[in-house]
Design a protein around this ligand. Structure first.
Ligand SMILES: *[C@@H]1O[C@H](CO)[C@@H](O)[C@H](O)[C@H]1NC(C)=O
Ligand SMILES: *[C@@H]1O[C@H](CO)[C@@H](O)[C@H](O)[C@H]1NC(C)=O
Ligand SMILES: *[C@@H]1O[C@H](CO)[C@@H](O)[C@H](O)[C@H]1NC(C)=O
Length: 808
C-alpha cells in the first residue's frame, strides 16, 4: 500500500532534516539534493537462464498458503522463515519480540501457539578453551518455556486419538517484512481455525478464534486470577465469566498476563488443574494476550486492547546526506480508539522521529536486543525513522594519499602481490574463498589506477593489475567457476551448485559451500564478488559492460531487491528493516532452533559497501543511497547489539567484557565462532575484510582501542597464523605506526594483501605522528552513536512545526 500523503510527509521530513543538519552542525555539502525514493527497481530483466541454469529448490516450503504464494515469494532468511517448515520437536521459535512464539511444540497438553516472554536470561560460562580464557558470560540464552499457550479443546491429544482425527495443521496465509499470518486449523473442519496476525513489536498476541473452544495452558501454576477487575478465589473447576482476565503465575519473578476476550460474547473459563483455563463454550472472535510488565501499566493495555496490527510496509528516502525509513503499520480493530501500542528496539528509540509516536516507559526485554519500550502510535500509524548523517565513504579512505614515507615499501609489496598467480588464489573450489581472493586483487587495481589520489604511481603495474583481475574474473562472469550458480525458481534466488543433490549436479551435502545452496551467507559470498565487479566497471566502464551489469545486478538482486513486485527475486532476502541488520542463516532442514543468526558483521558491511560502489559505478543514485542508509543503520545496531563498547546499555557488565557477542542469534548469543574457539577467530571475524568502509566508518577508534586493550594486545604477538595479518591491520586503526612495522612481516589472511594492508595503514591520520594525534582522533570521532541525540534536536524542530497531514 503506498500513500501519496506519506511520500509528501517524508519529503518534508527529509528536507527538514537536511535543514537541521545544516543549521545545527553547520554542515555544508555540495551534493545535497532533493530526496528520492530508495526502494526503486534495480532491473526489470528476467534472470538470464542461459547464464544461470534453472533449478527447482529441493527443499520447498511446507506451510505456505498455496493461494498467497502464487504471487508472493517465500522468504528464506527472515524472522518468519521458521513458520514455513516443521522443526525438531516443533521447537523452532518465531520471534516478533518482545514475545517468542513456538507452534505446536510438544510440551504438555494440547498443541497450539505457545508464548514466552523472556525477562530473565540464562548466562552460561565457558572454561578456558585454546587461548580463550575462562569466559563468565560465554553465552546468553532464552529458556524454552511455555508462559501461556493459546489453543482449543478440539485439539486435545486425547480427543484426536479417541476420535481418530488428524492433528491440527498450520498454514502461513500472508507475509511481508514485518508480519506473517498464521492459521492453525482442524484439517477435517474448514470452519474451525485460529488466525494469528504475528507482527513485529506487537504488544499483545492476537488470536482470531473461529468455532473453537479456547483453552489456555501454562507451564507454570496459576496463583492469582482477576476477572474484569475483581480478584477471584482460585479453586479447581471454578468457573469465571468476563471479558478480561488477569492471571499471575508461580514463576520467578512472577509473571502476569492479561487475556482480553473481544468477541461479542463474554468468555466463561473453567480452571482445570493448576495450569489450564478452559472455555465452557465454542467462541468466535478476537482474544488478545499481553504480558503486564507492572500493575501501573494495566490501564495502558486496557486502552489499546481494541486495535491490533496486522501488517506493515516500508518506505525509504534520501537526499544523499540524510535518509529516512518509515514503517507504515496497518491495523484492524473495533471501537473508537484508532491508536496502536507497539514495542520498539533500543536503536529505534534513538532515531524514531517524535511525530505520530509517544513513548510510554513500559518496558519488556527482547530476546537478544535488550529492553524494548512500548510506543503509542497515533492514528496514521507511521513510524518515521531518520538517519541524519549517512556515511560518505566510497572507493578510497577519507584521506586517500599514502603517506610519503610509506610509498616505497607499499610499492615493493605491490610488485610481489601483483606478480602472484591470480588463478591460484581466485579459482578455488568454492565461491567464498575465491571471492575473498578476487576482492583483494581488485583493491590493488583500484589504488594503483588512481595515482593522483593515492600517490601510488606506476603506470605499468596499474595496467597489469587491472588486466589480471579482469582475467581472473572472467570465469565468474561466464559462470564457469568450480562451483557455478543456478537460478532457483522456488525461492527466486541464485544458489551455488555444491550443496544441491547429486541429481542436480551437486555433492548432496547441504552444508557444502557454507550452505549457500540453502541460502546461508549470500550477502557474504556475493559481497566479495560484487565489490570486485564494481571496481572493474569503475576503472573500465567499457569492458564487457552488458555482461557485467547483467551478472552483477543478478547477484545484488538475489540479496537486496528493494521492491516487492520483482517476480524474479524476493524482496530484501537478508536485510531486516525492523532488526536493523542482516541475517545470514537461511533454510534449516530441522528448523533454526535458535532463530536466524549472523556471525560476521563486517562481511555483511562488505556486501552493502559493494552495492554502494556498484550504484556509484553505474550512476544509480537510489541504489548507492539505499546502501548508504543500510550501512548507517548497521553501524548503529552493531554497537547496540554486536560489538559492545564499555558503556553498552543493552548487555550486563559480565558480557560487555567480551567486547563482541560472537555468533548472534535471535534467541542466543554465543562467544565463539562456527569454525573454532580462539580469540583471534572470535574477534578477527569481526575485522575482515578491511576496507575504507570498515576502517573509516564502521570500526570506530574507541571500540578498536577498548577491544585491543582488553582482548587482543596480549594475544596478538602469539598468533602465528594468517589471523595475525587481520589483527594487526585492525590495530592499524589505533596505532598505525606500530602496526605498520608488524604488517611488514605478519602472515596475511587469504583475503588480504600486504600492499593494501600497508596502504590502509599509511592513510591513517595519525600515521607516524604518535600517540597525541591518536588521542585527538579518538576524541573527535565520538559520534552520533554515543553522544548526540538527534531526536532531541528534531523534537525542538518539530514541536514548532505543524503536524504533518493525516492519512485517511
Ligand atoms: C545470457 O547469457 C548468455 C551466456 O553468458 C549470453 O550469451 C547471452 O547474451 C545472455 N543473454 C542476454 C539476453 O543477456
Ligand atoms: C458480532 O456482532 C456483530 C453485530 O451483530 C456481527 O456483525 C458480527 O459478525 C459478530 N461477530 C462474531 C464474531 O460473531
Ligand atoms: C598456489 O599457491 C600455493 C600457496 O602459495 C602454493 O603452495 C601452490 O603450489 C600454488 N599452486 C599453483 C597451482 O600454483
Amino acid at each position: 500500500m503506498r500513500s501519496l500523503t506519506l511520500i509528501a510527509t517524508l519529503a518534508t521530513i527529509a528536507t527538514t532534516t537536511t535543514g537541521v543538519l545544516k543549521g545545527v552542525a553547520g554542515h555544508q555539502d555540495d551534493h545535497s539534493m532533493s530526496p528520492i525514493n530508495l526502494l526503486a527497481s534495480i532491473s526489470k530483466q528476467p534472470v538470464n537462464t542461459t547464464l544461470f541454469p534453472e533449478i527447482q529448490h529441493p527443499f520447498p516450503p511446507q506451510y505456505a498458503d498455496s493461494e498467497f504464494s502464487k504471487n508472493h515469494i517465500v522468504p528464506t532468511n527472515s524472522w518468519v522463515s521458521n513458520l514455513f517448515y516443521p522443526s525438531a520437536e516443533n521447537l523452532a521459535p518465531t520471534t516478533p519480540d518482545p514475545y517468542i512464539l513456538r507452534i505446536f511444540d510438544d510440551y504438555g497438553g494440547n498443541p497450539g501457539l505457545s508464548i514466552h516472554q523472556s525477562d530473565v536470561k540464562t548466562f552460561g560460562s565457558y572454561p578456558e578453551t585454546n587461548n580463550v580464557p575462562p569466559t563468565e558470560a560465554g553465552y546468553m540464552i532464552n529458556n524454552v518455556v511455555v508462559d501461556l499457550r493459546m489453543t482449543c479443546n478440539e485439539w486435545s491429544r486425547d480427543a484426536i486419538q479417541k476420535e481418530q482425527q488428524k492433528p491440527p495443521k498450520q498454514s502461513v496465509t500472508y507475509w511481508d517484512h514485518f508480519s506473517a499470518h498464521l492459521k492453525l486449523y482442524t484439517p477435517s473442519q474448514a470452519e474451525q481455525y485460529i488466525r494469528f496476525p504475528i507482527v513485529r513489536g506487537m504488544a499483545y498476541v492476537t488470536a482470531d478464534y473461529h468455532n473453537l473452544t479456547p483453552r489456555f495452558f501454562t507451564q507454570h501454576a496459576i496463583i492469582s486470577l482477576d476477572v474484569d477487575g475483581e480478584s477471584q478465589r482460585i479453586e479447581d473447576n471454578a468457573v469465571y465469566t468476563g471479558s478480561k482476565f488477569k492471571i499471575s503465575m508461580n514463576d520467578t519473578p512472577t509473571s502476569t498476563f492479561l487475556i482480553y476476550a473481544l468477541g461479542n460474547e463474554t468468555l466463561t473459563l473453567r480452571k482445570e488443574g493448576t495450569s489450564n483455563l478452559v472455555s465452557t463454550n465454542v467462541y468466535n472472535g478476537i482474544i488478545r494476550v499481553a504480558k503486564l510488565p507492572s500493575d501501573q501499566d494495566e490501564s495502558t493495555f486496557d486502552q489499546f486492547k481494541d486495535r491490533w496490527p496486522v501488517s506493515a510496509d516500508i518506505q525509504a528516502e534520501s537526499n544523499g546526506n540524510s535518509g529516512t525509513y518509515s514503517i507504515q503499520w496497518h491495523a484492524e480493530g473495533k471501537g473508537d480508539s484508532s491508536d496502536l501500542l507497539l514495542y520498539a528496539y533500543p536503536h529505534h528509540l534513538e532515531t524514531l522521529l517524535p511525530i505520530n509516536v509517544k513513548r510510554t516507559g513500559i518496558k519488556l526485554a527482547s530476546a537478544t536486543k535488550g529492553d524494548m519500550e512500548a510506543i503509542k502510535t497515533t492514528n496514521n500509524l507511521v513510524w518515521v525513522i531518520a538517519e541524519l548523517k549517512l556515511n560518505d565513504i566510497s572507493w578510497l579512505p577519507t584521506r586517500a594519499e599514502a603517506d610519503a614515507s610509506a610509498v616505497h615499501e607499499i610499492m615493493e609489496a605491490m610488485e610481489t602481490d601483483i606478480a602472484k598467480d591470480y588463478a591460484n588464489e581466485t579459482l578455488l573450489t568454492d565461491n567464498y574463498f575465491s571471492g575473498k581472493g578476487l576482492q583483494k586483487f581488485a583493491l590493488l587495481a583500484l589504488i594503483l589506477n588512481q595515482p593522483d589520489k593515492t600517490d601510488l604511481r606506476n603506470p605499468e603495474m596499474a595496467v597489469q593489475s587491472l588486466e589480471k583481475i579482469k582475467q581472473a574474473f572472467i570465469p565468474y562472469l561466464e559462470n564457469r567457476q568450480n562451483d557455478p550458480f543456478s537460478y532457483d525458481h522456488v525461492y527466486k534466488g541464485i544458489v551455488a551448485r555444491a550443496g544441491l543433490p547429486k541429481s542436480m549436479g551437486g555433492t548432496g551435502d547441504i552444508n557444502a559451500a557454507f550452505g549457500h545452496s540453502y541460502y546461508n551467507d549470500h550477502h557474504y559470498h556475493n559481497g566479495y564478488l560484487i565489490v570486485t565487479a564494481a571496481i572493474i566497471h569503475y576503472l573500465d566502464p567499457t569492458w564487457r559492460s552488458a555482461d557485467l551489469i547483467e551478472w552483477t545486478e543478478a547477484l545484488i538482486r538475489d540479496v537486496n531487491t528493494p521492491v516487492e513486485d520483482d517476480p524474479n527475486f524476493v524482496s530484501f532476502r537478508n536485510w531486516d528493516w525492523f532488526a536493523g541488520h542482516s541475517w545470514a542463516g537461511g533454510i534449516k532442514v530441522n528448523g533454526a532452533l535458535d532463530g536466524r543468526d549472523q556471525e560476521s558483521v563486517p562481511e555483511a558491511v562488505n556486501f552493502y559497501w559493494g552495492v554502494k560502489l556498484w550504484g556509484l559505478a553505474t550512476n544509480n543514485d537510489a541504489m548507492s543511497r539505499l546502501a548508504s542508509l543500510q550501512l548507517t543503520i548497521i553501524k548503529r545496531t552493531t554497537y547496540e547489539y554486536f560489538w559492545m563498547l564499555d558503556n553498552n546499555k543493552n548487555r550486563p557488565k559480565k558480557m560487555i567484557k567480551n567486547k563482541v557477542v560472537g555468533i548472534y542469534f535471535e534467541q542466543k548469543t554465543d562467544y565463539t565462532t562456527y569454525f573454532g574457539r580462539y580469540v583471534e577467530f572470535i574477534h578477527g571475524i569481526q575485522q575482515l575484510p578491511m576496507t575504507p568502509m570498515l576502517a573509516d566508518y564502521i570500526r570506530i577508534p574507541e571500540f578498536v582501542y577498548q577491544e585491543w586493550q582488553q582482548k587482543l594486545a596480549d594475544i596478538a604477538p602469539t598468533v602465528q597464523t594468517n589471523w595475525a595479518g587481520v589483527l594487526y591491520l585492525n590495530y592499524a586503526l589505533i596505532d598505525p605506526s606500530d602496526a605498520f612495522k608488524k604488517l611488514r612481516k605478519a602472515p596475511m589472511d587469504d583475503g588480504q594483501t600486504r600492499a593494501y594492508s600497508l596502504y590502509i595503514t599509511s592513510t591513517r591520520p595519525s600515521f607516524q605522528r604518535g600517540i597525541v594525534l591518536f588521542i585527538f582522533t579518538v576524541l573527535f570521532t565520538v559520534d552520533f552513536l554515543i553522544d548526540v541525540n538527534y531526536c532531541t534536536i528534531l523534537y525542538l524542530r518539530f514541536t514548532c512545526c505543524q503536524e504533518p497531514p493525516r492519512r485517511r
